[in-house]
Design a protein around this ligand. Structure first.
Ligand SMILES: Nc1ncnc2c1ncn2[C@@H]1O[C@H](COP(=O)(O)OP(=O)(O)OP(=O)(O)O)[C@@H](O)[C@H]1O
Ligand SMILES: [Zn+2]
Ligand SMILES: [Zn+2]
Length: 804
């Protein structure tokens, strides 16, 4: 008898373990670990999905096992490594194992899709294959497909005669797209161009594009429009004049990075070489060492990554490179694709689920050596991983906000152990946790202190907005920032202007003295609760009325702080009517591809000023940018979060690093009401090490990460009284399980204490060593299962990235 252990798709605590099912004889050699199956569950005729975790010969179960109804996948969708990972992940994130398994699955398999058998090329005339397909091109697998056929398919698949493919429903409809190609060669294109009138700008642009991208044709209308600003009308005109042909293509040849030019290794600077040598030695030794590259902005970290990836490939291995979603720009992707060409798969949210599936299949079929992607790419089905890179490792977006609340860095470290490969964490501003681990020798620290070309770090000027001269101005621009912007425009160089929007208008600040209203117990700023018209602390629950005058200086100029990007754009327009301005914020980037388009435009110097929120602060590498202006450095400082200083330092250092990256020197102007705050002073000097020491001292004083571990437990219910009662019950349970060294905070309301008619309260546990905590939390989840039916939600977040 064969028995399968199955994790069923019933997300409750009681079902959070494998259930045994009998494998029907007909499916004996079909069912393997990593496949999804349909099984009966509970009483009645309920059928549900599940993942086969293990296949074995015997069962200790006394009664009669129920049989598997059918297989859903004809080949495993998750590897052994992923199945193993799911146990660890579920435990670490306090989530159901089924949620973890589903998270690892490519999104297409969570959507509606169809499954087909397709013959492989050299087996098209095979009699068994012909017999199976019965004259058709493909065979659709449905829940009606009988076991005999399933077995036949499985046999042919193992013999590499057929393959299984998934197609997202409705996807086939959109698969054809209009594209442009030409019969002309480079010389003819240039001839045609010279015949055009000088004012036929669009035609000239199109012909130039074609001449430069002959190898990439046909290219989609979409791409021409979005990335190169060539309109449909221009294409139609060219078609009429027989310059181009319009054809239909089935798919983009490459979703991003279509115009990646082939690049070769750069000559490394001594610092780069040291870094590459160290990492490469670990790749060769298959040593799962973690490196932390602390490299100033513009020190050439990417080139280090690329040359290490090359080493891994040469060793016959693969490489995984994670970057924050917002940095997955064509510029970034082109750097990798330019070096490794077709061997690269890119996973990002801009892909449709069909495209995502294509990339996933390429990875699974070993046609890919390098995967570049955002957080969830950490689950890419790569085998024989030789190197994992996490760029901008300090980014909070590496932690998923929903269940399972995993941190990509933790998953990467787990996979590195299994694959015996090094991990490289890179940043100009490492997270305190990582830098502290390097201090203790858990990670190996590599410092890169010089910019490429020995260019100096930009000169940073702090502008004290409390000064008479500055507080007198009407708008948000100090005379100093205005002057530097004007000079930059005069020199025909480019500027980046950052509006720091985090914490926007939720805290109170005095415009006279810079005083921020803070909690008397916790030293974090109080948050305005609009519904209650009161100021509240999110840590301890302290609250007080909204003050009418500044408690520090008595001025009436105390108010909620914050201005919108649109308003700043208007001010820029008024100040510099001749300047071309691009605005980048949630509003202008809502449309798919808009983000990349704005950056491309700015990169081609079609604008003088790029104005934006946090999303413009990282990774951008534009040689003409010589000025960076920060309108309001303070807003992140006032977040009700113990990482407020760290986030502020990171943001200011990163955005400053956008200036003066090439030949021309850079200049940065930071406007602030807190010019003496260490996060701002150290960022102005781009001095990570000094900041690190100071911030570690403060974390030590206040018992926070990395000196203490943090776990956040939140409770929600429609009834505020019930939420509070449950929270206090929970707190009591925890008190019983913790030693006297642990610190319990709360219950206190969260930032938005009422969401979708539910009240949220949170408890924070800070601890150093609590062997019982994990187990107790699991038990609490179990004990409160019944409450879930009454509308209670309890969520546990291990090492939260945001506390609000
Ligand atoms: N060895 C080299 N020789 C010449 N140019 C180089 C070399 N290494 C990197 N560069 C160039 O220097 C610039 C900055 O490099 P890169 O963008 O990798 O910096 P970074 O360390 O990632 O900075 P940031 O943290 O600000 O993103 C890039 O334009 C890159 O092409
Ligand atoms: Zn407080
Ligand atoms: Zn004041």
């Amino acid at each position: 008898m064969s028995v399968a252990e199955v994790i069923v798709d019933v997300p409750t605590m009681q079902t959070n373990r494998p259930f045994e099912y009998q494998i029907p004889e007909a499916l004996e050699d079909v069912v393997v670990a990593g496949m999804r199956v349909e099984v009966p569950f509970g009483r009645g005729k309920r059928r549900i999905q599940g993942f086969v975790m293990k296949v074995k010969d015997t069962s200790d179960f006394q009664g009669k096992l129920k049989p598997i109804i059918r297989v859903i996948d004809l080949k495993p969708v998750l590897s052994k490594e992923m199945l193993d990972l799911s146990y660890w992940l579920a435990d670490r994130t306090y989530s159901f194992q089924i949620s973890c398994l589903q998270t690892m699955l490519p999104s297409v398999m969570r959507a509606k899709y169809k499954e087909y058998v397709i013959p492989l090329d050299d087996a098209k005339n095979d009699s068994e294959v012909e017999n199976l397909l019965n004259g058709a091109q493909t065979l659709e697998i449905t829940n009606q497909t009988d076991e005999k056929t399933v077995r036949k398919i499985n046999k042919l698949r193992k013999a590499k005669k057929v393959d299984i493919q998934y197609v997202v429903e409705n996807h086939a409809l959109q698969i054809k797209r209009q594209a442009v190609t030409t019969d002309l060669n480079v010389i003819q294109l240039h001839e045609q161009k010279s015949k055009l009138r000088a004012n036929a700008k669009a035609q000239i642009k199109l012909l130039d594009f074609l001449a430069n991208h002959l190898g990439d044709l046909p290219v989609e209308f979409n791409v021409l429009q979005k990335e190169y600003g060539i309109s449909r009308a221009a294409i139609k005109t060219a078609e009429k004049n027989n310059l181009v042909k319009v054809v239909e293509v089935t798919k983009l040849r490459k979703p991003v990075g279509i115009n990646a030019k082939k690049t070769t290794n750069l000559d490394l600077t001594p610092e780069q070489k040291t870094a590459v040598d160290k990492i490469n030695s670990s790749i060769v030794k298959e040593d799962p060492q973690t490196y932390l590259i602390e490299g100033v902005t513009g020190s050439g970290k990417t080139e280090v990554y690329l040359q290490a990836i090359e080493k891994a490939i040469k060793k016959g291995k693969t490489a995984l490179m994670l970057v924050p979603e917002i940095s997955l720009t064509p510029q970034m992707v082109n750097r990798v694709v330019g070096r490794f060409g077709d061997q690269v798969a890119v996973l990002h949210s801009g892909l449709s689920s069909g495209e995502r599936y294509d990339e996933w299949t390429r990875i699974e079929n070993h046609r890919v050596k390098v995967v570049v992607g955002a957080r969830s790419a950490v689950f890419a089905p790569l085998e024989k991983i030789g190197l994992i890179i996490i760029d901008e490792e300090h980014e909070a977006s590496y932690k998923q906000d929903d269940n399972p609340r995993y941190h990509a860095r933790d998953v990467a470290l787990w996979r590195a152990q299994v694959n015996k490969c090094p991990v490289v964490l890179g940043s100009a501003t490492p997270s305190l946790e990582s830098r502290a681990r390097a201090q203790k020798g858990v990670y190996h620290l590599i410092r890169m202190t010089k910019r490429i070309n020995n260019q100096n770090l930009p000169h940073v000027q702090i502008v004290d907005m409390r000064d008479a001269e500055n507080s007198a101005v009407k708008g948000d621009f100090s005379p100093a920032l205005k002057e530097h912007l004007q000079e930059t425009l005069n020199r025909h160089e480019q500027a980046i202007v950052l509006l720091n929007r985090r914490g926007y208008s939720s805290f109170m600040m005095c415009r006279e003295c810079g005083f921020v209203l803070k909690c008397p117990n916790c030293d974090v700023s109080l948050t305005y609760h609009k519904d209650l018209r009161r100021m509240k602390c999110h840590y301890c629950g302290h609250e007080e009325p909204v003050p009418n005058s500044c408690p520090n200086c008595g001025s009436k100029k105390i108010g909620f702080y914050g201005t919108g990007t649109q308003n700043i754009e208007q001010q820029l327009n008024d100040l510099f009517p001749e300047a071309r301005i691009l605005r980048m914020d949630v509003d202008t980037t809502r449309r798919k591809g808009a983000h990349a388009k704005i950056l491309a435009k700015f990169g081609q110097h079609q604008a003088d000023i790029l104005l934006g929120t946090q999303m413009i602060a990282k990774g951008l590498d534009f040689p003409d940018v010589t000025l960076v202006g920060v309108i309001n450095a303070d807003t992140t400082l006032s977040l009700a979060d113990f990482r407020a200083s760290e986030r502020t330092f990171q943001l200011l250092t990163q955005v400053s690093g956008r200036a003066g990256r090439a030949q021309k020197p850079g200049k940065v102007v930071i406007q602030t009401f807190n010019p003496d705050h260490y996060a701002i002073k150290d960022a102005a000097k781009q001095d990570y090490e000094t900041f690190f020491k100071q911030e570690m001292f403060i974390r030590h004083q206040s018992n926070y990460t990395p000196y203490y571990f943090t776990t956040l437990i939140s409770v929600a219910n429609q009834d505020e009284g019930k939420t509070l009662k449950q929270s206090y019950w929970l707190k009591k349970q925890l008190q019983g399980a913790l030693s006297k060294d642990a610190i319990l905070l709360g219950p206190s309301p969260t930032m938005i204490s009422r969401k979708q008619n539910k009240y949220y309260y949170q408890i924070i546990v800070k601890y150093k060593h609590e062997p019982n905590l994990h187990q107790r939390l699991l038990e609490i989840l179990n004990e409160t299962q019944a409450d879930a039916k009454q509308g209670y939600t309890i969520a546990i977040d291990n090492e939260p990235q945001h506390i609000d």
